[in-house]
Design a protein around this ligand. Structure first.
Ligand SMILES: [Zn+2]
Length: 162
């Protein structure tokens, strides 16, 4: 995520969060929003279902939770929609092209279809995201103060901030 403050934690550590909403900062009252990611690896790009799953619950009020989940749903829907459109409608039209050109042209159409979604994502990034590696996890916060609090709560377990 661009312009985020990242807290890096060991993967096995259960992350402690301040008791307030990741979106708006009000007391979260035991509400949360769940994020799940696969380990980023070379085969994950080819086969995204492989790689171990990492799940984390981040404090969140009901209003922000529905906003974050809704935005995520729209993004996934756009991703699937663009994939299906390119695979079943655009690709058959590319038959006339020379074979080495088909995939790059298909990919270009795919990115053009996704551009509005990526643009909205850039303008209104989610308040939280994560990047999972084999040994540790980057927690990416839009709010630098929130990130600093998470760092303070988890520095005893080897968390770092940047
Ligand atoms: Zn909230």
């Amino acid at each position: 995520m661009p312009f985020s403050t990242d807290v890096n934690v060991p993967r096995g550590h259960t992350v402690e969060f301040p008791d307030r909403c990741i979106g708006c900062g009000i007391p979260a009252r035991n509400g949360y929003v769940r994020f799940a990611r696969r380990t980023v690896s070379w085969f994950g790009v080819v086969i995204p279902y492989l790689g171990r799953n990492y799940v984390i619950d981040v404090p969140c009020c009901a209003g922000c939770e529905s906003g974050i989940v809704g935005q995520r749903r729209k993004r996934n829907l756009a991703l699937w929609g663009a994939s299906i459109l390119v695979a079943f409608i655009v690709f058959p039209y590319l038959d006339g092209l020379a074979r080495p050109l088909r995939k790059p042209v298909g990919l270009a159409v795919f990115l053009v279809l996704l551009a509005p979604v990526l643009y909205v994502q850039f303008l209104r990034p989610p308040p939280f995201d994560l990047y999972v590696r084999s040994g540790n996890v980057d927690l990416e916060f839009e709010d630098a103060d929130y990130a600093a609090e998470v760092y303070a709560l988890n520095s005893h377990a080897g968390a770092t901030i940047n």
